[in-house]
Design a protein around this ligand. Structure first.
Ligand code: LLP
Length: 416
């Protein structure tokens, strides 16, 4: 279902004209659809009906409190990678008992906070981390629930920066090492072994790498059962891709059905950590054309959003669709490089886009609900954009535009 669509020449977010949002909040501006978020989560939940499961939305994709609130109300759990993300989940009304804590570099202080909150599971990524967690838990008189993140060494066939399940990546432990880590974990009084997890990469557009990873995990689960170590849950991470251009990712229902088929009769709770497939297509970034600058080499459309607002095109050469907020009649389309005002040649949102443009026009970048705002920065002392949630015809300001004063907060000149 597309919650962003044209009515006549005009782009709407649900039942709200995008122009009406821009009138109130200016540009650049992120717009999210509540219905799109709910629908995407519901696809996972209905595909998992009838089997013990937990869908832990990956907070890093979009951590706005209102987004987390919407998903928490629908029963989501959360995958976090820092204390900050856990504090956001709690502030948004999420349940720590449905939280899994991923990440290769958890600090003892973060572990202690998560233990205080009684989270569901620590996804441990190394033998060294297990020892630190065991010590922190013992000190607190707690028992830490643990899953070991296995790096199954499968090729996710995605961009190298977002491929995580190959043996050369920093994530998890090899299948061979995992067995040792589990044996050690089983000996530690302050550790309870509860599950196994993996996350092989992001923006996967095929099911087969997930199945390859699952088979490797299941072989290990069986081996461990032989050692007397019973695992209650299996967490396949996130990674399901979305359509930005002409990709054809599997539908959530088909992906989950394939996993369930592979599991057969096994009684194990299924955990997933989707981020992108929940949030990406629930969001737009809206920007205004400041100047048109045709040059002999390229036509540049200088817009007021930049790489600091949306880093994906610059960092991963990601192609994200750019459409006018109001279609123009008349003049011919031309090929435009849509670029921002930041002082870097790598600062672009899109290249060679066929658009019919005039200065002052509004453009919408789609697929911006995931890894958009969360990867934004203040580079070039640019305040970060507001985040607006649309719910039918109503508009909710989920985050105000930063001010210049916000940017300088906590900075101090030298004494006289
Ligand atoms: N679980 C773990 C342990 C992860 O590392 C990630 C993403 C996820 C779940 C969620 O994956 P998803 O369902 O969103 O693919 N900034 C990049 C994506 C980085 C993904 C990092 N890890 C981008 O904009 O493409």
């Amino acid at each position: 279902m597309d919650c962003f669509s044209y009515r006549g020449a005009e782009l709407y977010a649900e039942d709200t004209p995008v122009e009406a949002i821009v009138e109130r909040f200016g540009t650049p501006c992120y717009i999210y659809s509540r219905k799109a978020l709910e629908t995407a989560l519901a696809e996972y939940q209905s595909a998992l009906a009838g089997c013990d499961h937990l869908v832990c939305y990956a907070v890093k994709a979009n951590s706005n409190l209102a987004v987390l609130d919407i998903l928490a109300r629908q029963g989501a759990g959360f995958d976090i990678v820092s204390r900050g993300e856990l504090e956001r989940v709690i502030a948004a009304g999420g349940d720590p008992a449905k939280v899994v804590f991923s990440g290769v570099g958890k600090r003892p202080e973060e572990m202690a906070f998560a233990l205080e909150q009684d989270i569901a599971c620590f996804n441990v990524e190394s033998a060294a981390e297990l020892e630190v967690l065991a010590a922190v838990a013992a000190e607190m008189g707690k028992v830490a629930p643990v899953s070991v993140r296995v790096n199954p060494d499968v090729d996710a066939k995605t961009h190298p920066y977002i491929s995580t399940g190959l043996k050369e990546n920093k994530f998890g432990v090899t299948v061979e090492e995992a067995r040792q880590v589990y044996r050690r974990a089983a000996q530690l009084d302050s550790i309870a072994v509860v599950g196994i997890d993996c996350h092989i990469g992001s923006q996967l557009t095929e099911i087969s790498p997930f199945i390859d990873a699952l088979r490797r995990l299941l072989a290990l689960v069986d081996e461990l059962a032989g050692d007397g170590i019973e695992l209650r849950h299996l967490d396949l991470g996130g990674g399901l891709g979305v359509r930005y251009a002409d990709e054809t990712p599997p539908a959530v229902a088909d992906y989950i059905a394939a996993i369930r088929r592979e599991l057969g009769e096994r009684q194990v709770k299924l955990v997933f950590e989707p981020g992108r497939s929940i949030a990406a297509n629930a969001g737009l970034l809206v920007t205004r054309v400041e100047y048109l600058k045709p040059t002999p080499a390229h036509n540049f459309a200088l817009v007021d959003a930049a790489m600091n607002d949306l880093l994906r095109p610059s960092l991963y050469q990601a192609w994200m669709d750019i459409q006018p907020v109001r279609h123009r009649d008349g003049s011919e389309d031309a090929s435009w490089d849509v670029v921002g005002p930041v002082c870097e040649t790598g600062d672009f949102l899109g290249k060679a886009r066929q658009l019919r443009l005039e200065a002052g026009d509004l453009l919408a970048v789609s697929g911006a609900g995931a890894y958009g705002f969360t990867m934004s920065s203040n580079y070039n002392s640019r305040p970060r954009a507001p985040e607006i949630i649309v719910d039918g015809a109503s508009i909710h300001c989920a985050r105000e535009r930063e001010t210049i004063a916000d940017l300088m907060r906590g900075e101090h000149r030298l004494p006289d």
